[in-house]
Structure formats: structure tokens, C-alpha cells
Design a protein around this ligand. Structure first.
Ligand SMILES: *[C@@H]1O[C@H](CO)[C@@H](O)[C@H](O)[C@H]1NC(C)=O
Ligand SMILES: *[C@@H]1O[C@H](CO)[C@@H](O)[C@H](O)[C@H]1NC(C)=O
Ligand SMILES: *[C@@H]1O[C@H](CO)[C@@H](O)[C@H](O)[C@H]1NC(C)=O
Length: 310
């Protein structure tokens, strides 16, 4: 075949292909900017990743801090009880393209080493928050906020002991999770130092390795009922660490997406989001083959594209 990289316009492809990365973390109102995957490396507290593409498979080493995450040069400062926000964007800085699945936040001690020198494969993680559906609305995951241009939230535990910590935020996009292995993992890590004089610490049973904490068969990862209204949702990984005051999760018993949404429709709703643009991009022969059909089949084609690319 002569054309493995034709340039042709694909409607909505900008959104389909963008996926994303952790663009900004705020700690108690102070913003820290992350670097575009494989882009210019500016000083940051967020470890830069190599690609915005989804990470599949619960044992994928990219689950630690993202694909090929490299140590960042800066350390953010935090105190117990500080508000955290996580702003995820598409790789082209468009809004985050997914809206189905949980968001989870973990921390790990870097010990006496500042986290700019800490090997994340050695990290023992404890969970500090997990968010599923919008309270009182089983049809909308909190992840929808990111698609709308908003942020994800968490909090430094109010009784956390001071020290050097990696902060790991993770989106698990479940729009293809009705198939085993369909879940998409998007983790990212920031390097911080927590001050104060609290004493809270995880117990050994709160600590997990990542990868290691999840299995592809976990009910919150392979979830045939992810689009069934009011189906229970079971967060993967350990419970929120027991030392955390008032540890509880948001909408921990809920798990459905929009009652009218199918996996394909969820994917195509992302492709029609308001930030989507018509773009030229390289496509493979397979995609060209799919595209060379009559216009009346366009919506079916777009669904197939979304399913194959997402
Ligand atoms: C990490 O980088 C290597 C070499 O650059 C590449 O082959 C590999 O696919 C990357 N891993 C991920 C998860 O992107
Ligand atoms: C999340 O953080 C933002 C920015 O601080 C704030 O406006 C918003 O109210 C927070 N949302 C929740 C649910 O705490
Ligand atoms: C959400 O679903 C749960 C079952 O998972 C149910 O108990 C609860 O009443 C539902 N909430 C709403 C607002 O429909």
C-alpha cells in the first residue's frame, strides 16, 4: 500500500485522538502547570509523560505515574487539609474528552528523599479520595465536569504527617469497559512536600503497589453494567486509608452513566463536544478503508472510528 499516512480531514478526530494529560494541579489555590506529553520540558512539579494516549491493562507499568513518566524538577508545597484541584486537558489543550468512569487520588511517601529523586516504581500508595457519580444524580459521573472544562477535586488529608510525597491522580475512562481490557487508565503524579505537625500515616494494610492494586477483572474495571442506570459501582484498589478523617467516597454505590447512553454513543458524544475541530491528521490504511464509504453511513463510521481509536 502506498499510503500508510495519508492526510485527510476527519471530523471530530481532534477529540478522538487527543485523549489527554494532567495540565494543571492547584494546591491551596496555587497553580502548577504540567508539560504537554513529549513536548517542551519546563520546570514543573508534575512528572511529564510520553504520550496522551490511553494506557490499557491493569498490569501496565504506565499505571504508576503515566507512560514513561520522568522525574520533574520542582517540588510543590502543601499543608494538611489543603484543597487540591486537577485540571486534565486533551493533548491540544481542548477539554478532557471522556465522561464515564471514576477519578481516584493516591499518595506515596518518598521517605527522606525529595520526590524529584524518587523512583516511583518503589512507591507504596495509599488512597486519599475516590469520586464516582455526582451525588444525587446516577446519570452523571463527576468526570463529566472535566469534559465541561471544570476540574477534579481532592484534599490533602487534614491529619497527614509532614514529609515528601508523590501525589497521584487517576482517571479511569470506562466507556469501553463493557469489554474485558477496555478500560483506559490515565494516571499522573506530582511531587510535593507536606508541612505541618500532624501524625496521620497509612497502616501497612492501606498500602499498595501500582501496578498491582488492580486486576482487569475487577468489577470497577471490567464493568458490563457501566451504562446501566443505578447499577452499583465498585471502586477498584484499596479503600481510602483508614487514618484519613471522615474517610468515605463520593457516590460509592452508584455506577451508571446516562440512561440513554451506549458505549458508542458516549464515545461519539465526546467527538461532538464543543471543543472539537476539523483537523487534518495522518491516518492508517485501516481508517481510510473505513472512511471510503457513502456519506449516509457516516454516523456508523464515526462510531466505529471512535470504538477503534478510543
Ligand atoms: C516508553 O518509551 C519507549 C521508548 O521511547 C516506547 O517504546 C514505549 O512505547 C513507551 N511506553 C509507553 C507506555 O508509552
Ligand atoms: C473544586 O475546586 C474548585 C476550585 O477550588 C471549586 O470552585 C469547586 O467548588 C470545588 N468543587 C468541589 C465539589 O469541592
Ligand atoms: C443511585 O443508585 C443507587 C443504587 O446503586 C440507588 O440506591 C440510589 O437510590 C440511586 N440514586 C438516585 C438519585 O437515583
Amino acid at each position: 500500500m502506498k499510503s500508510t499516512s495519508l492526510l485527510i480531514p476527519l471530523f471530530g478526530a481532534a477529540c478522538v485522538s487527543a485523549h489527554g494529560f494532567l495540565a494543571t494541579v492547584t494546591i491551596n489555590g496555587k497553580s502548577y502547570t504540567g508539560n504537554v506529553p513529549s513536548g517542551t520540558t519546563n520546570p514543573s512539579i508534575i512528572r511529564q509523560v510520553s504520550t496522551p494516549d490511553p494506557n490499557k491493562g491493569a498490569s501496565n507499568p504506565a499505571l504508576t505515574c503515566g507512560p514513561n513518566a520522568t522525574d520533574a524538577s520542582l517540588i510543590g508545597t502543601a499543608n494538611p487539609g489543603d484543597a487540591l484541584t486537577f485540571s486534565w486537558k486533551g493533548a491540544d489543550l481542548s477539554n478532557w474528552p471522556h465522561n464515564t468512569g471514576p477519578m481516584l487520588t493516591y499518595m506515596a511517601s518518598c521517605g527522606s528523599t525529595t520526590c524529584d529523586k524518587f523512583d516511583d516504581t518503589q512507591a507504596k500508595w495509599f488512597k486519599i479520595s475516590e469520586d464516582g457519580k455526582t451525588p444525587g444524580d446516577n446519570s452523571t459521573w463527576l468526570q463529566q465536569r472535566l469534559m465541561n472544562g471544570g476540574v477534579a477535586n481532592s484534599t490533602i488529608p487534614s491529619n497527614l504527617a509532614p514529609g515528601n510525597y508523590l501525589l497521584r491522580h487517576e482517571i479511569i475512562a470506562l466507556h469501553l469497559a463493557t469489554s474485558l481490557g477496555g478500560a483506559e487508565f490515565y494516571p499522573a503524579c506530582a511531587q510535593i512536600t507536606v508541612g505541618g505537625s500532624q501524625t496521620g500515616a497509612p497502616s501497612a494494610s492501606d498500602l499498595v503497589s501500582i501496578p498491582g492494586a488492580y486486576s482487569d477483572n475487577d468489577p470497577g474495571i471490567f464493568d458490563p453494567n457501566v451504562f446501566t442506570p443505578d447499577a452499583p459501582y465498585v471502586f477498584p484498589g484499596p479503600p481510602i486509608a483508614s487514618f484519613i478523617a471522615g474517610s468515605s467516597s463520593t457516590a460509592s454505590t452508584t455506577g451508571a452513566a446516562s440512561p440513554t447512553t451506549t458505549g458508542a454513543a458516549a464515545a461519539s458524544s465526546a467527538t461532538t463536544g464543543k471543543t472539537c475541530k476539523i483537523q487534518k491528521r495522518a491516518v492508517s490504511n485501516d481508517e481510510v478503508d473505513i472512511f471510503v464509504v457513502r456519506p449516509r453511513h457516516l454516523s456508523r463510521i464515526m462510531r466505529r472510528l471512535a470504538e477503534s481509536m478510543y
